[in-house]
Design a binder for this molecule. Structure first.
Ligand code: MG
Length: 257
């Protein structure tokens, strides 16, 4: 099932995507009900939004061995976690804004898991039951600032500029997160191609690990790390993140004015 969040005529609603191009409106938030109403729209009539409103976003660094290698770093022994602020989140088609302070801004294609219910201290074996579904993410990163921060043992601003967390286009509920093909393209050219079976810490492990300390809430998003092939983007570029079974998240890049 594909769940979309969208805007039409100034109103924001959730819907289930039917037949690839019809959105059947949900009776409420997908974290409360998946009951549909009679109301429906053509996909072309609405503006798709980030599939979750103002989520807490937990990020994971170096979660593919291949990306750790290209970054010249050893794979971590425990998940290397950081957060992205809600103001970084944008939806499909919204522009990534290249900040004035940007010197070396990179795209990072990632699988994102969306938490479906409140949970604390969930075991790995039950962790996926707490996940509503999956979407595509771009963990946009300013490398110069990121590396200066990481040199001090912290990480925030390099990952946190407004628009640095595109999410979408929909949440797909019926997926096995251990076997998804992920591809990232810049201006149509394939830059990253991986299967999520290569993740160092699986989605189940990440959910379980985070939930030891933090009560996870409906709508929380965990972006699970990027594989090798990251690289710079500049204003005028178009970034596409595609994951099998979910769809394509497409965002252009513009300069901050
Ligand atoms: Mg990342």
């Amino acid at each position: 099932m594909k769940i979309a969040r969208f805007e039409i005529g100034g109103r924001i609603a959730h819907g289930i995507l039917e037949d690839e191009d019809r959105l059947r409106v949900l009776a409420g938030s997908p974290f409360e009900t998946l009951e549909v109403t009679e109301e429906e729209y053509a996909l072309g009539e609405v503006r798709l939004l980030a599939p979750v409103a103002a989520p807490r976003v937990f990020g994971v660094g170096l979660n593919y061995v291949s990306h750790a290698k290209e970054s010249g770093q050893k794979p971590p022994e425990i998940p290397m976690l950081f957060m992205k602020p809600t103001t970084a989140v944008i939806g499909p088609g919204e522009p990534i804004v290249y900040p004035r302070e940007g010197q070396n801004v990179h795209f990072e294609g990632e699988l994102a898991a969306v938490i479906g219910r409140t949970v604390r201290r969930v075991r790995e074996a039950e962790a996926l039951d707490c996940v509503l579904g999956y979407t595509c993410a771009d963990d946009v990163s300013e490398r110069v600032i990121q590396h200066r921060e990481m040199g001090m043992g912290c990480l925030l601003i390099g990952k946190a500029f407004d628009s640095f967390c595109p999410l979408g286009p929909v949440i797909e509920t019926g997926l096995d997160p251990t076997d998804l093909d992920l591809e990232a393209r810049v201006n149509g050219e394939v830059r990253q191609s991986i299967n999520t079976s290569d993740l160092l810490f699986s989605v189940a492990k990440l959910v379980s690990y985070l939930s030891v300390a933090i009560t996870l809430l409906p709508g929380d998003v965990i972006i699970t790390g990027t594989p090798h092939g990251v690289g710079p983007i500049t204003p005028g570029d178009e970034v596409e993140i595609e994951i099998s079974g979910i769809g394509v998240l497409r965002n252009g890049v513009i300069a901050e004015t």
